[in-house]
Design a protein around this ligand. Structure first.
Ligand code: TNX
Length: 500
């Protein structure tokens, strides 16, 4: 196969600064991945890089500690904790004809840099099996760091369930495009997906259904911890969401005492929203919330617990406000920060709370504004741009369309700092694409809706607004096709993109 090296490196997300050079570094059977003697913290990144590059090259690629600078033939990983210009996730990548040096302030920064390196190699580097060919990296220098600290994807594992291996593969794809948050929507009317030791029927009963009547499923706590570790090794933080006080039918069906009327109810497999509510004035409600949040907090090394809070149409406003106030205190009592969908802007929020903007309806947007005025930071997930479950166009068979069709360009051509009046760059924590799974029955379906739109969201989160353009982006996106094919991603070949 011809190795059509692009005239410019087609990296996505677009780096802050690229200075192309001449010639190439060649990865060979003698290449080592080397670390400085004080850089033991970079070893896991070196190991993961070696694991990524070994199957296709067949090279040994030992990870070695060396004295002094990386020598000829080496790929060096260097930590420079004092180099503030690199930021928490930034890196500097220097490819010379005889060596490659990657410098970062943190292991996370080195990891992000290795993903750039991956994109600079021939796409078959990710094909998973041995290919005999030269493995060149173009000579260049890249200086890179993200615009936003929060670059995420939400996956709804409640409407349809996805297993551990599927989530791990998704984490790999997030990491490839430098995303750093995986938000798991772990409960909804149709299913409860995480084992809670003190309330076992949530998983065993509430986890046994899904939209359309399939068998559902849930993560044991050990499986969930495994996912968290897998993600952490790729510098992706898992953010668990338990949706409340609405979207709780699976919990009420598991424990009728949580319902105001206390009556048993069968599981629900339709796709309506807004019909269920926790019982705001029952003391048992807060035992439940505290137990669930407590167990989740213990499973969550990251600082955030997402409590949903959306579409609580079956809860009166005054009760809703009271409920969110109590939940906020519970989350904080476990040392975590509360995140909620924009509706929590109706409640009184304390510093540290985070709101997730989703509804483009102006009356609803005002809730995000109100949250920001209270000092909350905002994650931008405007449905018309960032909802991966919207159809691409009228011909898309999967997906919904309540927020309109969302083309690849719609998902890309927007700025999170100019989306909601009164919510500016200083308020915005970052961006998150959301994939709700009412119509998504398999991980192949999920990939079809997520790719390529998720890649655009990743670039919005990482690259400076200035210097981004659709004309340039569609070329670089088109150049991702061989890599996505190597990885066997089921992506939508949108006709407006010049796929290679
Ligand atoms: C709205 S967005 C919802 C979800 C649905 C989604 C479908 C949000 C916070 N709530 O319950 O799954 O629309 O697009």
């Amino acid at each position: 196969m011809a190795d059509r090296a692009p005239a410019f490196p087609a990296i996505v997300p677009k780096p802050l600064a690229v200075a192309p050079g001449r010639g190439a570094f060649e990865l060979t059977r003698d290449t080592r991945i080397v670390l400085g003697r004080d850089d033991a913290a970079a070893r896991p990144v070196g190991r993961l890089l070696a694991e990524t590059l070994r199957p296709a090259t067949g090279f040994r690629l030992p990870v070695a500690t060396v004295r002094g600078a990386p020598a000829d033939g080496d790929v060096g990983l260097v930590l420079r904790p004092a180099d503030r210009a690199l930021g928490d996730e930034g890196y500097r990548l220097t490819v010379e004809p005889r060596r490659v040096v990657l410098v970062a302030r943190t292991p996370a920064g080195l990891f992000r840099g290795t993903q750039t390196l991956r994109q600079l190699l021939p796409a078959t580097i990710d094909a998973g099996r041995r290919r005999r060919r030269p493995w060149h990296v173009p000579v260049l220098t890249i200086h890179d760091r993200p615009r936003f600290a929060w670059r995420g994807m939400m996956l709804d594992v409640a409407r349809h369930f996805f297993g551990v291996a599927e989530i791990e593969r998704l984490i790999d794809l997030l990491a490839l495009y430098k995303l750093n948050r995986l938000h798991l929507h772990l409960s909804d009317d149709q299913g409860w997906r995480i084992a809670i030791a003190k309330w076992p029927r949530l998983a065993t009963h509430g986890g046994s259904s899904e939209v359309g009547g399939g068998k559902g499923g849930y993560y044991t706590q050990a499986q969930y911890e495994g996912l968290v570790r897998y993600a952490a090794a790729r510098y992706v933080t898992v953010v668990p969401e338990i949706d409340m006080p609405g979207h709780v039918h699976a919990a009420l069906s598991s424990y009728p005492k949580l319902a105001c009327d206390g009556k048993p109810s069968p599981l629900y497999t339709g796709i309506d929203v807004g019909f269920s509510s926790l019982c705001i004035d029952k003391p048992v409600t807060y035992d439940f919330v505290s137990d669930v949040v407590g167990e989740l907090a213990r499973l969550t090394p990251g600082p955030w617990i997402h409590i949903g809070g959306d579409e609580a149409m079956a809860t009166k406003t005054a009760e809703y406000v009271r409920f969110i106030g109590r939940v906020q205190s519970i989350v904080e009592s476990y040392g975590k920060r509360m995140i909620g969908w924009e509706e929590i802007g109706r409640a009184r929020l304390r510093g540290g709370a985070v709101v997730q903007h989703w509804n483009t309806d102006p009356a609803k947007s005002a809730l995000s504004t109100r949250a920001a005025q209270q000092g909350a930071k905002v994650i931008m997930s405007p449905a018309a741009h960032a909802y991966l479950d919207m159809k691409y166009d009228a011909s898309t068979s999967l997906g919904l369309q309540w927020a309109g069709y969302t083309s690849v360009q719609d998902a890309y051509a927007w700025d999170p700092a100019r989306t909601v009046p009164g919510v500016g760059a200083g308020d915005v924590l970052g961006v998150e694409a959301a994939l709700w799974s009412e119509t998504v029955q398999s991980i192949r379906d999920a990939e079809y809706l997520a790719f390529p739109r998720l890649i655009g969201i990743a670039e919005i989160g990482w690259s400076p607004a200035r210097g981004r353009s659709w004309a340039d982006y569609r070329q670089r996106l088109g150049a991702q096709a061989p890599l996505l094919d190597s990885l066997r991603v089921n992506f939508y070949r949108a006709p407006e993109i010049p796929w290679r």
